[in-house]
Design a protein around this ligand. Structure first.
Ligand SMILES: C[S@@+](CC[C@H](N)C(=O)[O-])C[C@H]1O[C@@H](n2cnc3c(N)ncnc32)[C@H](O)[C@@H]1O
Length: 409
């Protein structure tokens, strides 16, 4: 199989972490063959020529180097990075978004050329999931649901999004422009239900920007599919945020749970709460949890998750975190921080320093923004544990968890 060039010097590597990552990767010789036939051109799984053990070592060393080379991180650099591997290094993703274009359907190219890779396989999802995506594509072609064209904005089918729970429930979402024929979408949905799919959504997005999010027009079959994680029940819709790698997410949540237990905190805050996954998992440990989230689809699902698990000690607040923290009479004992990739708003970080909870658990998908935010938190906090969760094998992504405690405790 042809070899893919290392990303050294390309535009992405301008970011400090990407540069370090590329350099660390360069020091490790390829020790296996890429398994996916689209490896050379696809933007999905860049690390396939490194064995899985080596991938985890590269991520760990890159994180260690970033910490060492970032000013103000000496307390973090003293901690051992505990790396938690994924039990499945392929077929681990429970959700995948496939773009549809007139050239074909699949993923964006990752070899510097424009356009997409028309996939004939995707090794990140289970076979049943991939088969259902192909079936959806075939039906949309047979029934002339024309692919959307980003160049002249003609056509209508933009994305096929698939979701599969551990018990095998499947949800498929067709994202189209509003010009799609309801009759055609309904025919596709009925055929998919007949094939055993549990839920089919029709979502609409007329924006000229490329985005797999859209407003729900209609659904067929079940409104939601059901997932379990660490013995709790979760309800998933087409847009619901839920970690894609079940086993590694369970390990990360368990680690935060252990820290809460150890801290003996009785009232906790979960900031950037998503669909309340963490409050559902931690609710039995504490008296109250205040969860804050600002995306309305997540808020609705969070309420249902709390109800499904008969949880009554979670106070769910739909608000921007920085705004929520401005309240005057707020008291904070322990807070979980799990912001999006860009990290936390500086105003929110400063307010946390004023509120001075005894402990913090910061889970992040971006090492760069994590260290920026820790730069502020380290004025009053010291790190006590540092873990890397390899949620995304074959790619350069991972999650980092830092547990913090107040310096004066
Ligand atoms: C990484 S997800 C965390 C989800 C959740 N903690 C979990 O484990 O499933 C980040 C969440 O923060 C929400 N979010 C982003 N910016 C926010 C803000 N300024 N205020 C409140 N929530 C925000 C997003 O909608 C998303 O659900």
């Amino acid at each position: 199989m042809a070899r893919k060039k290392h990303v050294k010097g390309n535009a992405k590597a301008k970011e400090k972490f990407m540069q370090i990552f590329a350099e660390v990767r360069w020091q490790h010789r390829h020790d296996t063959e890429a398994q996916c036939e689209h490896f050379v051109e696809c933007g999905g799984c860049d690390l396939q020529e490194h064995s899985y053990g080596q991938q985890v070592a590269i991520k760990k060393q890159a994180l260690e180097r970033l910490i060492k080379e970032t000013p103000g991180m000496s307390s973090l650099a003293k901690l051992e990075v505990e790396a938690i591997s994924s039990p499945r290094d392929y077929k681990y993703r429970q959700r995948m978004d496939f773009i549809v274009t007139p050239e074909g359907s699949g993923q964006r190219r990752g070899d510097g050329k424009k356009g997409i890779v028309a996939l004939t396989e995707c090794l990140l999802v289970e076979d049943e999931n991939y088969a259902m995506y192909q079936k959806t594509l075939e039906l949309s072609r047979d029934l002339s649901l024309e692919a959307y064209n980003q160049n002249d904005y003609s056509g209508c089918l933009r994305y096929i999004i698939i979701r599969r729970t551990r018990s095998g429930e499947q949800l498929i979402s067709l994202l189209t422009t509003s010009t799609a024929s309801e009759e055609v979408v309904a025919k596709i949905a009925e055929k998919l239900l007949a094939e055993g799919v549990d839920s089919v959504y029709w979502n609409v997005n007329d924006s000229r920007l490329d985005d797999s999010l859209g407003e729900c027009r209609k659904f067929w079959g079940k409104e939601f599919i059901n997932e379990t994680l660490l013995g709790r029940d979760f309800i998933l819709g087409p847009l619901t945020f839920f970690q894609a790698n079940h086993e590694v997410a369970s390990a990360a949540y368990s680690s935060v749970r252990d820290f809460i237990k150890e801290s003996k905190a009785k009232n906790i805050h979960d900031l950037y709460s998503g669909t309340c996954t963490m409050p559902v998992i931690f609710s039995d440990l504490v008296d109250t949890i205040t969860a804050v989230e600002n995306f309305s689809e997540n808020v609705r699902m969070a309420e249902m998750n709390l109800e499904a698990n008969k949880i009554t000690n979670v106070n769910f607040i739909e608000q921007d975190v920085a705004e929520f923290l401005q309240q005057e009479d707020l008291e904070m004992e322990f807070s979980v921080l799990n912001p999006p990739r860009k990290g936390m708003h500086e105003q929110a970080l400063r307010r946390i320093l004023e509120l001075a909870p005894d402990n913090l658990a910061y889970l992040s998908c971006s090492p760069r923004s994590l260290l920026e935010d820790l730069g502020i938190l380290f004025r009053e906090y010291k790190p006590v544990k540092l873990q890397l969760f390899d949620m995304f094998p074959q790619t350069e992504h991972f999650e980092t968890l830092v547990l913090l405690t107040k310096k004066d405790r």
